[in-house]
Design a protein around this ligand. Structure first.
Ligand SMILES: C[S@@+](CC[C@H](N)C(=O)[O-])C[C@H]1O[C@@H](n2cnc3c(N)ncnc32)[C@H](O)[C@@H]1O
Length: 285
């Protein structure tokens, strides 16, 4: 029971939630075992976490093609860069619109699934961290960075990522960022717990103690999960940070990274999915 006691002591001694602290930077998307478990969530049609349902993605892609103004023209197949592409569900949908797609993702399981799902389509995938991936210059007709992933990096990191994307796009090409509406992000502390067997955070029976808070200085919501393996007493910590900024802030961030013309689309223009009203899309050029 020593291990259980040590783990409980670590939980009791935890530091307050803070944005981008060592245990709240992001989920371990690139970890092979975690990525296999997360892939099941991506592909589930029971919920819209990790990736949305295929019907939602098809409808979102219709709108993105229209908003980015990069539809195919007479025999010319435009190219789209999908940053943090997951298991290629958007790649498949964009290919259906006549696009060739390059996806980048850090998850080995997602990249493997993406190649399988888009077999025979003009899609290729790069298994890399968007923070240091090398991309071709002035190559893509459009870019997408979806599901709030631009909220995750710290400010300097995000600026570098957006500049890297800007350099990979052709001049004037559009980048679509899908972002949470700031007012939809809770700013009060909340805690919760559950038990489960073989879940997202590991195998075996687990006790998961979750907390979420607001880092006012970073203007970010921070989550942390202490996951106790009930049998062995081993403790694993998962966490993440996501900024909740106003439209003007996002416009300034995009402008600073080389996309001076920014327009916003609210709630996917009336598309209905689980939490569609919590989202907006910024199109920067
Ligand atoms: C919420 S999922 C969204 C996936 C996809 N855009 C979709 O909507 O189906 C976030 C994705 O970002 C990827 N990701 C997270 N951090 C990354 C990084 N630093 N570099 C590349 N990919 C990353 C994860 O592996 C995961 O596939």
């Amino acid at each position: 029971m020593d291990r259980h006691r040590d783990s409980l002591a670590r939980i009791a001694d935890r530091v307050p939630l803070r944005a981008w602290a060592p245990d709240t930077i992001d989920l371990p998307w690139g970890d092979p075992a975690f990525s296999e478990r997360m892939l099941l969530e991506h592909l589930s049609q029971e919920h819209e976490l990790a990736s949305r349902r295929l019907t939602t993605i098809a409808a979102q892609t219709d709108r993105l093609v229209e908003w980015m103004g990069a539809a195919p023209r007479e025999g010319v197949s435009p190219s789209v860069l999908d940053v943090t592409c997951g298991p290629g569900l958007f790649a498949q949908a964009f290919a259906g619109h006549g696009f060739s797609v390059t996806g980048v993702d850090i998850s080995p399981a997602a990249i493997r699934a993406a190649a399988e799902i888009t077999a025979g389509l003009p899609c290729r995938f790069i298994h890399a961290d968007i923070r240091d991936v090398v991309l071709p210059t002035a190559s893509f007709d459009a870019g997408v960075y979806l599901y709030g992933q631009a909220e995750v990096p710290a400010p300097d990191e995000l600026d570098a990522i957006l500049r890297r994307i800007r350099a990979a796009l052709k001049p004037g090409a559009a980048l679509a960022l899908e972002l949470r509406v700031a007012s939809a992000v809770p700013r009060t502390m909340s805690t919760g717990w559950h038990t489960g067997v073989d879940g997202l955070f590991g195998s075996g029976t687990q006790l998961v103690l979750s907390e979420r808070g607001w880092d006012a200085q970073a203007r970010a919501t921070v989550e942390r999960h202490h996951v106790l393996d009930v049998e062995s007493g081993e403790l694993t910590i998962f966490g993440g940070t996501a900024r909740a900024l106003e439209r003007d802030d996002w416009a300034a961030i995009l402008t600073g990274a080389g996309f001076p013309a920014v327009e916003f689309h609210e709630a996917w223009d009336g598309l209905v999915f689980d939490d569609s009203t919590n989202w907006q899309v910024a199109i920067g050029r």
